[in-house]
Ligand binder design. Structure first.
Ligand code: GRF
Length: 198
């Protein structure tokens, strides 16, 4: 059974989808802890499923490195096999990425390498593209630059706002995330091999 830590900052709707999938006895992974850099609304989903939570407020630390080290220390107590960034709106310091990679994945609401960064949906709309998408990647040292594990296109519709487009992308993100976690758990996805491929 693959054990998973999930890190969030926001509403945690992708986290909830993963928790629901993992509640099925057939699913080969379990969420063992949910962490956040702030009082995230999404903690409620962890509580609903009886999953422990870890709050390490970014603002209480002098440096990103100190925050990251403490987050890592508290998450590693649960010895997760995989760490999922599911809407964590902070860059992890390089030392933490190095410690967890390649078992460290991120979901992103755009078709990477298009529109990386914190405003992937807004940037796609501003660019006037007809299609954007969703991606699940391995986290490396860059911003949304790691190897792509799964991705799918989503159409931009006339009249879309950032909110309506994001709400259409999120179900795709959720499906991709669940598929990728299942694939890692079954061995169908070999993260060491993916990370070693140039
Ligand atoms: C997702 O689109 C994630 O990729 C992005 O923020 C959103 C998180 O949504 N960075 P939620 O907190 O899972 O509802």
């Amino acid at each position: 059974m693959l054990t998973v830590a999930v890190l969030i900052s926001g509403t945690g709707s992708n986290l909830r989808a993963l928790l629901e999938a993992a509640a099925s006895p057939d699913f080969p992974a379990r969420v063992v802890v949910v962490g956040a850099d702030r009082e995230a609304d999404g903690f409620v989903h962890a509580e609903d499923f009886g999953i422990p939570t870890v709050l390490v407020p970014f603002r209480e630390f002098e440096t990103r490195e100190q925050w990251g080290d403490e987050l890592r220390r508290q998450i590693d107590v649960w010895t997760p096999d995989l760490v999922v960034l599911s809407g964590l709106m902070r860059l992890l310091p390089q030392g933490v990425v190095d410690a967890w990679a390649p078992a460290l994945i991120n979901t992103h609401p755009a078709y990477l390498p298009e529109f990386p960064g914190a405003h992937g949906v807004r940037d796609a709309l501003a660019a006037g593209v007809a299609e954007t998408g969703a991606s699940v990647i391995v986290v490396d040292g860059g911003v949304d630059s790691g190897p792509i594990l799964a991705q799918e296109r989503v159409a931009v519709l006339p009249g879309d706002t950032e909110a309506t487009l994001h709400e259409r992308i999120k179900p795709v993100e959720r499906r991709l995330l669940i598929d990728v976690v299942r694939g890692i758990a079954t061995g169908e996805i070999d993260l060491d091999a993916v990370a070693a491929t140039p």
